[in-house]
Design a protein around this ligand. Structure first.
Ligand SMILES: O=c1[nH]c(=O)c2[nH]c(=O)[nH]c2[nH]1
Length: 297
């Protein structure tokens, strides 16, 4: 019987990095969480504990901070590509790398004198994400966002679903639709204006959520995905994950009051979980782009 080492990768997870760029008195900040992983010729360390080619996770962590010092971080995608290229081209035993970065947004505090030069307020729960995978000379970029919490107070219904002996849900012709969206989209290449792409895709997601009359959250997700692909030729596919954050109208009739969709119980669980991939059928092959991206998206 032969027992073999299968796929493996290793690195430093969740390297928290805050980068201040000082343009005179006016500062810009990047608040990042970087997970660096290497793939390659690492049989010896697993099988025999031979660390000759085991670039330490501590070294990977230091590299994140050093490259942040020597480079301007214009986007998380550019920084992840820089890290992946550094490791794969710098060490012959490193054949591939996965660099995942989350970015927490900060805005300038608006004072009576205008936006402040060096004081900031966190944007909220929403997080911008990227996963760069490099294998030899191939590079894939999957970017996205998570925890984009949106709600519409009308313009949503859910009717006509199968009524089985187990069904209690009534048809709804006017309901609250709310979700905390996770989206990841795969770019066709790496010659992309990452920040412009992100800003445009996020705006399209919000615009489409707001303006689509929803017959089902599934339809809303597909419409978001289709609209992103129609407007962004640099995107090959998009994966969306949306918990249906149910809002139930409270029955006030025991108290002699009606409730014309004004008072809701905002349930936190259980929630529907609606997920979909939307893609171009002429998109380049995904290769290893999605490999070990956690969860469905
Ligand atoms: O938009 C919805 N999709 C469903 O599949 C579903 N199922 C359910 O109970 N409520 C909803 N809402």
């Amino acid at each position: 019987m032969a027992i073999r080492l299968g796929d493996n990768q290793y690195g430093k997870a969740e390297v928290r990095l805050m980068r201040v760029t000082r343009d005179g008195d006016r500062h810009t900040i990047k608040d990042l969480n970087v997970t660096s992983q290497l793939r390659g010729d690492f049989d010896a360390v697993h099988v025999a504990g031979d660390n000759t080619n085991c670039l330490a996770t501590d070294t990977q962590k230091n590299t994140v901070y050093l490259l942040a010092r020597t480079h301007r971080i214009t986007s998380i995608e550019d920084f992840a590509l820089l890290l992946a290229r550094h490791f794969v081209t710098g060490f012959d035993y490193v054949r591939g790398s996965r660099q995942e970065i989350e970015e927490y947004g900060w805005s300038r505090i608006r004072t009576a004198d205008g936006p402040h030069d060096h004081s900031f307020v966190r944007d909220g729960a929403e997080v911008r994400t990227t996963v760069v995978t490099r294998e030899g000379d191939h590079e894939w970029v999957v970017s996205g966002l998570r925890d984009l919490v949106v709600l519409k107070s009308t313009g949503s219904e859910f009717r006509g679903f199968p009524k089985t002996p187990h069904t209690t849900l009534p048809d709804a012709d006017d309901r609250v639709l709310a979700t905390s969206l996770t989206a990841r989209w795969r770019y066709t290449g790496t010659d992309v204006d990452w920040n412009a792409g992100y800003t445009a895709i996020r705006a399209t997601i919000l615009e489409t959520f707001a303006t689509t009359y929803s017959l089902a959250l599934q339809q809303t997700l597909y419409t978001i995905g289709r609209t992103v692909l129609e407007t962004r030729p640099e995107v090959a596919e998009i994966r969306l994950s949306a918990p249906n954050k149910h809002h139930f109208a409270v029955d006030l009739t025991p108290f002699g009051e009606d409730n014309p969709n004004e008072v809701f119980y905002a349930a936190d669980r259980p929630y529907g979980l609606i997920e979909a991939t939307v893609y171009r059928d002429d998109a380049p092959d995904a290769g290893r782009a999605w490999e070990s991206v956690p969860g469905f998206v």
